[in-house]
Ligand binder design. Structure first.
Ligand code: CP
Length: 356
């Protein structure tokens, strides 16, 4: 079974294929109008969403399929204590493919191990959000025409911003990429991502000033400070206005820089910036629908393909309270070797190192 848990599940050739399909859908929508006739997509959203859930649903309808699901955990039997594993086993009986958003890191991977149909990660806590990355990639391609030789600035909440983590993974495989991580010290990009970049020899810098970084950027990826992930409200209040992009702050940006944002925004991009030709965030939301259409077609078309199994060990315990292993007791804790030279293992669900 082919699933999409992180962008690393897709090869660069597969990403090219999805972009190509999405571009063809944009050009010839009628060609795809009955592609999923008789098929059902289940959207299981245990966390709020506007774009991801509705664009998945619009995508399936535009492919001629049907949709079922729920938009909050409280209206499902999760409220009665049902596990993720049992939920997806049951939904597999009703749907051909499942898109799932969950507050716990790794929940979609647990679902993928249990379900009889393809699972798409529609966002798992502060971990990954691969279909947002697909939207981002199509936007970059349509605006800039290439994924290579780009300097990409990520600004805001890089600790909890799952869209950042998935896009960094995806872009780090292209030639000539440099990342500039712009955040307060408390919201730096997670260590496991920095270690991966170090291992792969990818160029990146961490800075605090958006203004100083601006002139070299080809892409500025703004993010919201993720209030719902903070355990300390005072810390959120202190950090929430760290970066606010205004028209004035764009004075030294490149003329053709692309401004992306996964949305929703709070106040981190002034509404006046929407009229700047470099703003791409609303077309990014539309591109998400086309890429989700392409993804549904691919996963339903490759239902019988088997995924490569990674080797794991179970010698440790994951202590990350945000990991799905912290609340689904029956899940076996599994770890993969992330850095052979340093003998570093990471949880397969949340990517955190086990506490020794
Ligand atoms: N970008 C994104 O995931 O938006 P929603 O939370 O509205 O789905």
């Amino acid at each position: 079974m082919m699933n999409l848990i992180d962008t690393m599940d897709l090869s660069l050739t597969e990403i090219d294929g999805l972009v190509e399909t999405a571009l063809d859908i944009i050009k010839n929508p009628e060609k795809y109008a009955e592609s999923c006739k008789g098929k059902k997509l289940a959207t299981l959203f245990f966390e709020p969403s506007t774009r991801t859930r509705l664009s998945f649903e619009a995508a399936m309808y535009e492919l001629g399929g049907n949709v079922l699901g729920f938009s909050e955990a409280s209206s499902s039997s999760t409220a009665k204590g049902e596990s993720v594993s049992d939920t997806v086993k049951v939904v597999s009986c009703y749907a051909d493919i499942i898109a799932m958003r969950h507050p716990k890191e790794g929940a979609p991977l647990v679902a993928a191990k249990k379900a009889d149909v393809p699972i798409i990660n529609a966002g798992d806590g502060g971990h990954y959000h691969p279909t947002q990355t697909l939207a981002d990639l199509l936007t970059i391609y349509r605006r800039i025409g290439t994924f290579e030789n780009l300097t990409i600035g990520f600004c805001g909440d890089l600790k909890y911003g799952r869209t950042v983590h998935s896009l960094v993974n995806a872009m780090s495989r292209y030639k000539g990429i440099k990342f500039v991580f712009i955040s307060p010290e408390e919201l730096r990009v997670p260590r496991h991502l920095r270690e991966d970049l170090d291992i792969s020899g990818i160029s990146y810098e961490e800075v605090t000033s958006l203004e100083n970084a601006m002139p070299e950027l080809d892409i500025l990826y703004m993010t919201r400070i993720q209030r719902e992930r903070f355990s300390d409200e005072d810390q959120y209040q202190r950090l929430k206005d760290s970066y606010i992009l205004t028209v004035d702050k764009l004075h030294n940006a490149k003329e053709d820089m692309a401004i992306l944002h996964p949305l929703p925004r709070v106040n981190e991009i002034s509404v006046a910036v929407d009229d700047d030709k470099r703003a791409c965030y609303f077309e990014q939301a539309l591109n998400g629908k086309y890429m989700r259409m392409a993804l549904i077609l691919k996963l339903l078309g490759e239902k019988d393909k088997t995924e490569e199994k990674i080797e794991t060990v179970s010698d440790f315990v994951c202590r990350n309270k945000r990991c799905i292993t912290s609340c689904e007791q029956e899940i076996k804790h599994e770890f993969r070797l992330a850095d052979k030279a340093k003998n570093i293992y990471r949880c397969i669900y949340c990517d955190k190192e086990p506490k020794k």
